[in-house]
Design a protein around this ligand. Structure first.
Ligand code: NAP
Length: 642
């Protein structure tokens, strides 16, 4: 059993810190609400840099595992802790700092890891051999795969930290869950060896939260879907952000395509009076609601009264996270607003649920899928991931599985906001944020219909409901680096695929507005790729109008499926190679790419290498360096999603 940091040392340290002028200054200067690391009464702190909640979830799992190894673990938000105190963790006996670092966008830190990243870059503090390990969360389809995980791992070592176990690199394009489980399988033995501890007991289920039924319920104190402050949807107060979204009314919701079996949509969210400002290229985050029929069905299978008011309270009183989601609330609100019930559950959820299966065969299957054995991993891949079984499908297909609803609510991950590239210009439409999206719906191999949470919820938003109410959407704006050139006279080349046209609608509106202001606006070229002219040529009228009035100097469209051979944007790029090379090499053009990250972004980049080689006379290596340089200068920007 490892020793934990004794309280008397804490008190001693507190007075020591007060006595030391310099340290006292740093104490006073630290950002309010940030916890002093030296006050953490744990020997394993798992920090997360998380954007969509997965890194946070993994941290929680590692911290929970710690108990099985006789360690006291705690998961911690990088933003809520004073990370400049990291070197002081060594003062805690046998301490270990673990980092689950997600990489966001083009190799960037997540919002909550930004300050820590800046600190790592600037500091020359000696880490005093602080024990550390890093697990990175990334996606191989992006150029800067796991940049944050790699940087943190390297930098902590440079600063004098002691790596306890090798960097883990999760790939969301493959199987992130499997990567994490495999890393964890090796990580714990390394920890045991380093600290001379052993796994204690077996893999028993440990609850993190206790279920409490509040007495004297005052419904005014019960959360009904707010992200932070209670009643924040009734009394809206700026500034609006992730914890305080703005309830925008839906002013327009129209289908963009007349034909085809997909539903492409354009929405306009009214933000007047919100003080929200945005630039072309920014993203809008939307908090969706889960499908009511799935929520009801879960309640029915679990024989639960969904309107029961509950609170799940963290048994670890020192944790910053008091509840898994805003509490008190009802099961219905939790399942509708706060929990992800659409994506396939992770292996830890299956493991914990196994205890509730009355059929030993079901128990075995669930435990096997949660194990690191090749057979278990294969079964999880095929039965859960490939079949896109969500929690409801798991419950339906394992009739002996009957978990306690409060435990299920504790285990399911948080429902995350969805990000869309804003399809309008804040300069032209300061009171409106537009979204362009395709409704996600397909048949799974079990014959169920998989419906994307946010797009289906948005699709059903009617502008004015039968009772005269306006439909609303909780949203906030997230700044991006995807920006028009500072000088309007610089040419721009925009490459948009499918709904990846979105940010370019904003760019075009803004270039048109600048033209109207009498500014010298450079060439504005669009390459748009979609499936069929008569089905997916989104904003055709608007684009042709932009071309007619000269805002768009060239409109190139690749209809991939209108002929036998595929025609893609890169084929059109290559046809215009000489002109493009002149724009890039001589005229300082900025290139923008938006759409699917998996293949398109790489293929388009290859097309630019080819142009640099064929017209610019560069070798392949020189071409790669050339495009890299453009990226560094902000002249080759990508807004790609996978
Ligand atoms: P889509 O209709 O599936 O695809 C658009 C076009 O791209 C099709 O003609 C497709 O051709 C073509 N394409 C496929 N592979 C390609 C490749 N390697 N190189 C060049 N072209 C290729 O697109 P979508 O359904 O609208 O989705 C586009 C992507 O943009 C999605 O991943 C979406 O998440 C993302 N996105 C959305 C937003 C937003 O705000 N809504 C913003 C940014 C990005 P074929 O299918 O015929 O092969």
């Amino acid at each position: 059993m490892l020793g934990i940091f004794p309280w008397f040392v804490l008190c001693l340290r507190f007075s020591l810190v007060l006595a030391l002028g310099g340290l006292f200054l740093c104490w006073v200067l630290s950002i309010p609400n940030q916890r002093q690391l030296s006050l953490i009464n744990r020997n394993m702190v798992v920090f997360y840099g998380s954007q969509t909640g997965t890194a946070e979830e993994f941290c929680g799992r590692l911290a929970k595992d710690a108990q099985r190894y006789g360690m006291s673990g705690m998961s911690a938000d990088l933003e809520e802790n004073d990370m400049s105190e990291l070197p002081r963790l060594v003062e805690i006996d046998n301490s270990l700092a673990v980092f689950c670092m997600a990489t966001y966008g083009e190799g960037d830190p997540t919002d909550n890891a930004q300050d820590f990243y800046d600190w790592m870059q600037e500091t020359d503090e000696e880490l005093n051999r602080v024990n550390f390990a890093v697990f990175g969360l990334g996606n191989k389809t992006y150029e800067h795969f796991n940049a944050m995980g790699k940087y943190t791992d390297k930098r902590l070592e440079e600063l004098g930290g002691r790596r306890i176990y090798d960097l883990g690199m999760g790939d969301d394009d493959g199987n992130l869950e499997e990567d994490f489980v495999s890393w964890k399988e090796q990580f714990w033995p390394a920890v045991c060896e380093h600290f001379g501890v052993e796994a204690t007991g077996d893999d028993t289920s440990i609850r993190q939260y206790e279920l409490v039924f509040p007495t004297d319920i005052n419904m005014n104190k019960v959360y009904t879907g707010e992200m932070g402050r209670l009643k924040s949807f009734e009394t809206q107060k700026p500034p609006f952000d992730a914890k305080n979204p703005y309830l925008a009314t839906v002013a327009v919701n129209r289908q963009l395509n007349q034909a085809g079996d997909r539903h492409l949509m354009h929405l306009e969210l009214d933000i007047s009076g919100s003080q929200i400002r945005y630039d072309s290229g920014d993203h809008v985050a939307v908090y969706p609601m889960n499908d009511v029929s799935i929520v009801n069905r879960i309640g029915q299978i679990l024989d639960a009264d969904l309107d029961t008011v509950i609170s799940l309270n963290n048994l670890d009183e020192e944790s910053n996270k008091k509840h898994p989601f805003p509490c008190p609330t009802t099961y219905r609100t939790a399942l509708t607003h706060y929990l992800d019930i659409t994506n396939p559950p992770r292996t830890n959820v299956l493991f914990e649920l196994a205890q509730y299966a009355t059929d030993p065969k079901d128990q075995d299957i669930l435990r096997k899928m949660a194990s690191a054995s090749p057979e278990g991993k294969g079964l999880y891949q095929s039965w859960v991931l490939d079949a896109q079984r969500n929690i409801l499908a798991v419950l339906e297909d394992m009739p002996s599985l009957h978990p306690a609803i409060d435990h299920l609510c504790e285990l399911l991950p948080r429902l995350q906001a969805r990000y869309y590239s804003i399809a309008s210009s804040g300069k032209v439409y300061s009171n409106m944020v537009s979204i362009c999206a395709v409704v996600v719906e397909f048949q799974t191999s079990t014959g169920r219909s998989f419906k994307g949470v946010a797009t289906n919820w948005l699709k059903n938003k009617v502008v004015v409901t039968d009772n005269g109410h306006k439909a609303t959407v909780p949203m906030y704006v997230r700044k991006s680096q995807f920006r028009l050139p500072f000088k309007a006279s610089n040419p721009v080349v925009m490459i948009g695929l499918g709904t990846g046209i979105a940010p370019f609608m904003g760019f075009l509106q803004e270039r048109g507005w600048m033209k109207e202001q009498g500014k010298d606006v450079g060439e504005t070229i669009l390459y748009f790729g979609c499936r069929h002219r008569n089905q997916d040529f989104m904003y055709q009228q608007e684009l042709e109008e932009f071309e007619k009035v000269g805002v768009l100097t060239q409109l190139n469209v690749a209809f991939s499926r209108d002929q036998e051979e595929k025609v893609y944007v890169q084929h059109l790029l290559k046809k215009n190679n000489e002109h493009l090379w002149k724009l890039i090499h001589t005229d300082n053009a900025h290139i923008y790419i938006c759409g699917d990250a998996r293949n398109m972004a790489r293929d388009v980049q290859n097309a630019f290498y080819d142009i640099a080689e064929e017209v610019g006379g560069l070798t392949h290596t020189q071409a790669v360096v050339y495009i890299k340089k453009l990226m560094t200068k902000g002249r080759y920007a990508q807004d790609v999603w996978s």
